[in-house]
Write a protein that binds this ligand. Structure first.
Ligand code: CA
Length: 225
């Protein structure tokens, strides 16, 4: 499995990483909340082992942001004894399982295997990733840095066209035809309005991906990376 390990304690993190690698998993380890969100959104991961107390923001916030961003990976929370109690209910809302520290490595591996078997049944949704933007076609959701970007259905359609073939220039007519298909009564100026609103929303979300105007031709989506 592809596992993201989020644990800032060097000794424990190292031990867990080695145990998982020995068990045949691919492991990426990060040490802080923001990096965990970034890593979870950047590629498809099967399982996330998530510590609660982390630099940046905590494991609960990581969980909230990645779920908001459409990440369907299984999540196993690693919690200290003092953090259980009333947080268990919250944990269960977004996490798949939790394990209390200190734990035996065999116990951890058994939980990981159990979660792996469960996640085998889930179908990954079609997610387009472009720089800091993530577009989930099944859920019709867009997020930037793990935060949801609220778009109207038409704005979503325009962004989907541009992101699906990023780097390709689309004319206004082409975008109109794809959105309205056989309805001939469209006005290409409405596309300009959607593009303008999208640019504002993406900029407000802090995205570095931009919709560029290609003079006399149309629009193209570009990401700095
Ligand atoms: Ca910690």
């Amino acid at each position: 499995m592809d596992i993201l390990l989020v644990e800032d304690e060097p000794k424990l993190g190292g031990q867990v990483e080695r145990a998982l690698v020995r068990a045949g998993h691919e492991v990426e380890r990060v040490l802080e909340g923001p990096k965990a969100v970034e890593a979870a959104l950047a590629k498809r991961i099967d399982l996330i082992l998530l510590d609660v107390n982390l630099p940046g923001f905590d494991g609960f916030e990581v969980l909230r942001r990645i779920r908001e961003g459409g990440v369907a990976a299984r999540v196993l929370m690693l919690t200290a004894r003092s953090e259980i109690g009333d947080r268990v209910a919250g944990l269960k809302a977004g996490a798949d399982d939790y394990l209390t520290k200190p734990f035996a490595m065999d116990e951890l591996l058994a939980r990981v295997e159990a979660l792996g078997r469960r996640s085998g049944a889930t179908v990954p949704s079609d997610v387009l990733v472009m720089g800091d933007l993530r577009l989930d076609t099944a859920r019709r959701r867009v997020s930037c840095h793990g935060e949801r970007v609220e778009l109207s259905p038409r704005e979503f359609e325009v962004l989907l066209i541009l992101m699906r073939e990023s780097g390709r220039t689309f004319s206004r007519d082409e975008i109109c035809e794809r959105i309205w298909e056989r309805e001939h009564e469209y006005d290409t100026r409405t596309v300009e309005i959607f593009i303008m609103r999208l640019r504002k929303k993406l900029a407000a979300a802090g995205s570095e991906s931009v919709i560029e105007t290609v003079r006399g031709v149309g629009y193209v989506m570009r990401s700095p990376s």
